[in-house]
Design a protein around this ligand. Structure first.
Ligand code: PGA
Length: 253
């Protein structure tokens, strides 16, 4: 049984004031859904310490990081390691987000190294994969997702997917206001699960597959109703407490 998971990716947004206000409101509004849905927020890493202190040990909301370095330590100016994230109560680490692939030239091979670092630190990778609009038009969606998954398999093997999270985020849906339809998303999620099942049926049955890309309070329920959609990775709508709470609520009702 795969429990629902909703992650709010705050991207490059926030301030000490916003962290306090948003987490305070979320803590109040999410109490009824505790134990029914796993919820995490990914603030910019500078605010993880503040967020960890505010969230305490209650386990109502977990913390996610938006990125991690592919080295454990050393002369890598400006970077943050998985073991550092672990010290700040981080549970999930988003890797391979399309914005990092596009703006920071992150390759499949680099992302595979990050994935391995996250696993070694005992944290849960949230691997983002997905195609561009042009790739979808060309009919290359499955090939793109396969290449992105294969990079991890080659580096770490199928067992690395045990307990990890994969987020299908078509690039054309991110921040565009144009979500994939539930049927479009389900088709790719089913493909991802079947691809993993070819190597290990148990891991395929337990891996959580999130959909991300213009998720709102209006489309969350229909997306989550799809059999292979186990949760949602929410960007813009995660910055409004009432909207994010409403999205969480729709995965439990
Ligand atoms: P969006 O972003 O919900 O604003 O489309 C999703 C994401 O990039 O994770």
């Amino acid at each position: 049984m795969r429990s629902p998971l909703v992650i709010g990716n705050w991207k490059l947004n926030g301030s000490k004031q916003l962290v306090a206000a948003l987490l305070g409101e979320l803590q109040r509004s999410l109490v009824p859904y505790h134990h029914q849905c796993d919820v995490a927020v990914a603030p910019p890493c500078l605010y993880l310490d503040q967020a960890a202190a505010l969230l305490g040990q209650e386990g109502l909301i977990a913390l996610a990081a938006q990125n991690v370095d592919n080295h454990a330590q050393g002369a890598f100016t400006g970077e943050i390691s998985a073991s550092m994230l672990q010290e700040f109560q981080v549970t999930y680490v988003i890797i391979g987000h399309s914005e990092r692939r596009a703006y920071h030239q992150e390759s499949n091979a680099l992302i595979a190294e990050k994935f391995a670092c996250v696993k070694r630190a005992g944290l849960t990778p949230v691997l983002c994969i997905g195609e561009t609009a042009a790739q979808r038009t060309e009919g290359a969606t499955q090939a793109v997702c396969t290449a992105q998954l294969d990079a991890i398999l080659q580096q770490s093997g199928i067992s690395a997917f045990q307990g990890c999270v994969i987020a299908y985020e078509p690039l054309w849906a991110i921040g565009s206001g144009q979500s994939a339809t539930p049927e479009q998303a389900q088709a790719v999620h089913q493909f991802i699960r079947e691809s993993i099942a070819q190597q290990d049926a148990n891991i395929a049955a337990s891996v959580r597959l999130l959909y991300g890309g213009s998720v709102t309070a209006h489309n969350a329920q229909a997306l989550y109703a799809m059999p292979d959609i186990d949760g949602l990775l929410v960007g813009g709508a995660a910055l409004q407490a009432d909207t994010f709470s409403s999205i969480v609520k729709q995965t439990v009702s």
